[in-house]
Design a protein around this ligand. Structure first.
Ligand SMILES: [Zn+2]
Ligand SMILES: [Zn+2]
Length: 244
């Protein structure tokens, strides 16, 4: 087809038409490419996502043999009251998180919010996203925790405090640090500039790995008057895989 439009115009137009077609036709599954209908995954892939362990620590959601409190929470209780994970952080959930964070598929955040909404506690809560350092925000272009929190706010009609917390400095990856180093790594990394007036807070993040950042955020939120802090995450990495 010969275009009568200048090339500078046809390229954005083609892009727009592709977007429209994608919006009108059933999508393909993000994991296997099969028919996902109006969702993000096809039903078999959706069914295979790994649920959190049935028996887990009531505070941090780490797997425990009989659902008792874990040793780490007994030794040093976290500042958050409870972690609510939607899935375990393992294959193929890690692929979904990767698509969101590194392939900029922001639609995944909306879908994660829809999937997480039912597990949130009832009652009036502020939703506060895990903040991203401004440098990281510039690199990525968006904060995945904020995008998930936006979706949760819509689903549950809860108020969103998009800047409830700020990240003052970037933190090193926590995976290779021992618990004391992790605490030191995140100490003083977050700030809150508002009075939360005793209202319960749901801290939203994509993945909870060591829990050190969530714990430090909860500490800062409580210092600023937050009621109990619940941590809602799409996925929780587990240490005690042998108990599953
Ligand atoms: Zn699939
Ligand atoms: Zn625990």
């Amino acid at each position: 087809m010969v275009s009568i439009l200048p090339q500078a115009l046809t390229i954005p137009l083609k892009h727009l038409l592709r977007r429209c077609r994608q919006a009108l036709l059933p999508g393909s599954c993000l994991l296997c490419g099969g028919d996902a209908g109006p969702g993000l995954l096809c039903p078999p892939c959706q069914d295979e996502l790994p649920d959190p362990p049935a028996a887990c620590c009531p505070q941090c959601a780490e797997a425990t043999a009989l659902g008792e409190r874990c040793g780490a929470c007994l030794l040093e209780p976290p500042h958050f009251m409870r972690v609510v994970p939607r899935w375990r952080y393992e294959f193929p959930v890690d692929r979904l998180i990767h698509a969101l964070k590194y392939r900029h598929q922001i639609a995944v955040a909306r879908w994660l919010g829809e999937q997480m909404a039912a597990a949130l506690p009832d009652g009036e809560h502020w939703l506060v996203p895990m903040p991203l350092h401004p440098e990281r925000l510039r690199e990525r272009g968006f904060n995945q925790a904020l995008e998930i929190a936006r979706s949760l706010a819509r689903q549950r009609r809860l108020p969103l405090l998009a800047n409830g917390l700020q990240r003052l400095r970037p933190t090193a990856p926590q995976a290779d640090l021992d618990p004391r180093q992790r605490r030191r790594n995140v100490r003083g990394a977050f700030a809150c500039t508002m009075d939360l007036g005793g209202r319960p807070v749901i801290l939203v993040d994509d993945v909870l790995t060591t829990g050190a950042s969530a714990n430090e955020c909860a500490r800062v939120l409580c210092l600023h008057g937050a009621g109990p802090v619940t941590v809602a995450v799409a996925a929780r990495a587990l240490k005690q895989r042998s108990m599953l």
